[in-house]
Ligand binder design. Structure first.
Ligand code: 3EB
Length: 341
């Protein structure tokens, strides 16, 4: 209903998963597509497909079913290209993607694409980051200098955030995870008038303060980002990729079942009313509120145990997808992300 004089309702961003054989139109319910991300068999540069970005990352192995994440909005969508960046906006939210092709050393290129993305955000007026995904091929392998690819990636990302600090909003929730083919696919969400709040987890050292033992520059992300939409909307919490880490230490090396349990406990503490209160915020969630869940498992042999532990933790109607990919530390066996709403 429209009430004269009432503030315009903020565009509502939403997300669901579709798999081969399913028709996204069955779930669109009249909403528009802001962008699609296929967690499939190949990493390819993003393209515009029917007026919306299509991101393609190599996240499913032979025999596994691809999953497409569909981002939707209740507002008209405008899309475009800026060099090899592909983007779309509904006037409030920006979805943007770019791919870095395989190379010996990634940091300069990562810094450059991040800075080009920040410049685009700045130019379009979407200056607050909400959520970022970094799908990194051979993430724990060595680059041409013998440095772990993830650490190499973190250097370029940290430099970009450093040179743009004070212009774009702070470091948001993110995922940094392995992909099955070389190269890095990255995509992110930003907003225009919304004021995202970036949250930390009392059980974990903020990633941007990890000690140098984990790499020359720390990872640039927050544990979660809260978006309070304007009148009429409900708050949404974007939960970063979360692993079996307490403080900055990997816990339960070699035991995927216990790593999964600890990861779920980390998420529960992160999304809890206690933690929101700690950040001066009202509200809060439980694990059963998590949706659009992605569960990343390093070893195929652990998938069954991880599924068995996750299934009862999430709501039966939640969208959940499992991927067998590397995690960014060689002793991490599980990583889980999602959205509370
Ligand atoms: C961690 O807590 C696990 O580099 O963007 C999780 C989420 C992790 C995001 C990133 C890395 C990233 O350190 C790894």
């Amino acid at each position: 209903a429209t009430h004269t004089g009432a503030p315009a309702r903020t565009a509502a961003l939403d997300c669901f998963f579709v798999r081969p054989g399913e028709d996204e139109r069955d779930r669109l319910a009249g909403r528009r597509v802001l962008g699609r991300v296929t967690y499939g068999h190949t990493g390819r540069p993003p393209v515009l497909l029917g007026g919306a970005p299509l991101v393609r990352a190599a996240m499913t192995g032979a025999g596994a079913e691809r999953v497409t994440e569909v981002w939707t909005t209740d507002r008209p969508v405008r899309s475009g290209r800026d060099g090899d960046l592909v983007y779309a906006t509904d006037g409030e939210h920006l979805l943007c993607s770019v791919r870095v092709e395989e190379r010996g050393v990634y940091r300069e290129q990562v810094r450059e694409v991040y800075e080009r993305a920040f410049a685009l955000m700045w130019r379009l007026g979407h200056r607050e980051l909400l959520r970022m995904w970094n799908l990194v091929g051979d993430i724990t392998g060595p680059n041409a200098e013998g440095m772990e690819v993830y650490r190499d990636f973190c250097v370029g990302r940290a430099q970009a955030f450093e040179s743009w600090s004070g212009r774009i909003g702070g470091m948001p929730a993110a995922t940094g995870i392995g992909a099955l083919r070389p190269g890095i696919d990255l995509y992110f969400l930003a907003c225009r008038s919304g004021r995202p709040r970036h949250l930390e987890n009392p059980r974990q050292t903020p990633a941007h303060r990890y000690p140098a033992a984990y790499g020359p520059r720390p990872p640039s992300f927050a544990r979660a980002t809260l978006l309070e939409p304007g009148s009429g909307g409900r708050p949404v919490l974007y939960v970063s990729g979360t692993a079996s880490i307490l403080g900055d230490d990997t816990v339960h090396p070699g035991d995927a079942d216990r790593q999964c349990a600890l990861t779920l406990a980390n998420i529960e503490a992160l999304v809890s009313p206690d933690n929101l209160r700690r950040h001066g915020l009202a509200g809060g969630w439980a694990l059963s509120d998590l949706d659009c869940v992605k569960v990343y498992v390093r070893d195929a042999g652990d998938l069954q145990a991880v599924r068995a532990r996750c299934a009862p933790a999430f709501r039966a109607t939640a969208d959940v997808a499992y991927f067998q990919v590397d995690v960014c530390r060689s002793d991490l066996l599980v990583e889980i992300e999602g959205i509370c709403r």
